[in-house]
Design a protein. Structure first.
Length: 185
């Protein structure tokens, strides 16, 4: 990597970062993405996903089944206030959530290692298309009934000895890829 001549490594001040206020975030246009959490156990993961969702200014998070809901001290530890900015809703079941999203025109993709999945680096997304990404339980993954209701499956390429990433890491990887691979009309 070449050294950047005009850079001195000084961190930006909070004013220079020009971050939105919570009110500004709520009023700002969002990317048409819904993150669906299918029975996620860890409240720290939920909080981290809120924080990442705020950073990417997504439309909403759907918390399903046993997934904890704000306000909760353990979610707040990692969300750092993002539960106040990111819209969220609770669904008793993930299937209920999928039916609602489909009726609202979303394409539904499970992030899961299954036969017929497409590697994340081989897919791109239409910028204006409503998209929902489903992330499953830390131990069991996305429920089989939920997989059967999806439009497609996306797998994150991995090359080590472990067979999965932490769910909050997976959300970050998928959202980053969504933004760098979007096709504009």
């Amino acid at each position: 990597m070449e050294k950047m001549e005009d850079q001195n490594g000084q961190k930006w001040s909070m004013e220079e970062l020009n971050r939105l206020s919570v009110e500004g975030f709520k009023e700002a246009a969002k990317f048409p993405i819904t993150i669906v959490l299918d029975n996620v156990r860890s409240m720290h993961n939920v909080g981290s996903i809120f924080r990442t969702s705020d950073a990417f200014r997504i439309e909403q998070i759907a918390l399903c089944g046993i997934t904890a809901q704000p306000p909760h001290r353990e979610i707040a530890k990692t969300a750092l206030g993002a539960t106040e900015s990111v819209l969220w809703q609770y669904h008793a079941t993930t299937l209920e959530c999928i039916h609602k999203l489909k009726s609202d025109g979303y394409d539904i993709f499970a992030i899961e290692q299954v036969k017929g999945s497409v590697m994340l680096d081989k897919i791109s997304f239409e910028a204006a298309k409503k998209t929902a990404f489903i992330f499953g339980n830390e131990v069991f993954g996305v429920n089989e009934d939920v997989l059967n209701a999806c439009d497609g499956f996306i797998e994150i390429p991995q090359f080590g000895t472990k067979h999965s990433f932490n769910i909050s890491i997976s959300v970050g990887i998928v959202l980053w890829h969504y933004f760098v691979s979007r096709k504009f009309d």
